[in-house]
Ligand binder design. Structure first.
Ligand code: RRO
Length: 305
């Protein structure tokens, strides 16, 4: 029995439900020597802003005692000009679907960025990052404000016919109403979720683990939080959900599918195991053959509560 991994979302066909999480896979070429693109339905790039950004002061990455990873990269990226000049040609568009993560300080920034990126051929769509925890302006002040998120989606929607996902923050109580308003304003999909705000302190040095003191927490300990957000959002929206948050193996993927996700983003796990996509896919196959599942989409939203 051959398992069907194919997922169709709004006219796009993904050869597998596995995607890479923004910020963990560069622009794709960095991983080309090690990753098996047959295992990946798509990639999401590091977020691109209108202007280049140097990022935050070090340390930018810090492991924590309970597992998981804190980051404060601060949106380091070459800006649209740098992206168009140096990165576009490296995108693995012949190997998998490519989604550009777009970020901005204001609604106007998002609009200007999409208008310029529309010239890029062969990409499948965008992920609007309205949830970066590590910038002074345009991160969680937008991501925690339903009006601001609605406005960005509403203005972005008419600019492109391409697939548009909106990446929301887990740092909020009511994911359901944020999810509903993104859907109402034209999002094709939700990415749930970005990182949780966290902090580490070294008791010996009395210093914070990150240069910016607080940062974005990711990795396996985040899984119950993102699983809950996926399930809560799936109860109120009809658009598909891309899950992100602590996924490291095939069983994690199955759990997120059951909670209502259609695709699964591998994030922090790629740092420890850049070859994880093919392993994760094999683990999903193992589960499906054990449980007589022929088509992976049978599992979407099938949790019994
Ligand atoms: O660059 C970052 O520090 C960063 C971003 Br843009 C984001 O969306 N989420 C995150 O944890 N870090």
């Amino acid at each position: 029995m051959k398992l069907n991994f194919n997922i169709k979302l709004k006219g796009l066909e993904f050869k597998t439900p596995l995607l890479t999480g923004s910020g963990t896979f560069g622009y794709g070429d960095e991983y080309s020597p090690v990753v098996d693109y047959n295992a990946l339905g798509g990639i999401v790039t590091k977020s691109i802003s209108l202007e280049p950004r140097k990022g935050n002061p070090p340390p930018r990455i810090c492991e924590t005692s309970g597992g998981g990873l804190l980051n404060s990269i601060g949106l380091a990226n070459p800006g649209i000009d740098g992206f168009l000049k140096d990165k576009v040609k490296l995108l693995p568009v012949n190997k998998t679907k490519v989604f550009l993560s777009v970020v901005g300080n204001t609604v106007e920034d998002f609009v200007a960025a999409i208008l310029r990126l529309e010239k890029v051929d062969s990409i499948s769509g965008y992920e609007l990052n309205v949830s970066c925890p590590n910038v002074k302006r345009g991160g969680l002040d937008i991501g925690g404000d339903e009006g601001a998120v609605s406005e960005i989606v509403k203005e972005a929607r008419p600019l492109t016919k391409r697939f548009l996902s909106v990446k929301l923050t887990p740092n909020q109580v009511n994911i359901a109403s944020m999810a509903e308003s993104a859907e109402r304003n034209g999002a094709d999909c939700l990415t749930l979720t970005n990182t949780l705000i966290g902090m580490a302190i070294n008791a010996e040095t009395r210093k914070a683990g990150l240069g910016t003191v607080t940062g974005g927490y990711s990795g396996p300990p985040l899984k119950p939080v993102s699983l809950a957000k996926v399930w809560q959002a799936s109860q109120v929206v009809d658009i598909p959900i891309w899950a992100s948050g602590g996924i490291i193996n095939g069983i994690d993927c199955i759990e997120f599918l059951l909670a209502g996700a259609s695709c699964l983003q591998l994030g922090s796990v790629l740092f420890a195991d850049p070859e994880s996509p093919s392993r994760v896919l094999e683990e999903m196959s193992g589960y499906c053959s054990k449980h007589g599942i022929e088509d992976i989409s049978e599992l979407i939203g099938a949790v019994e509560v």
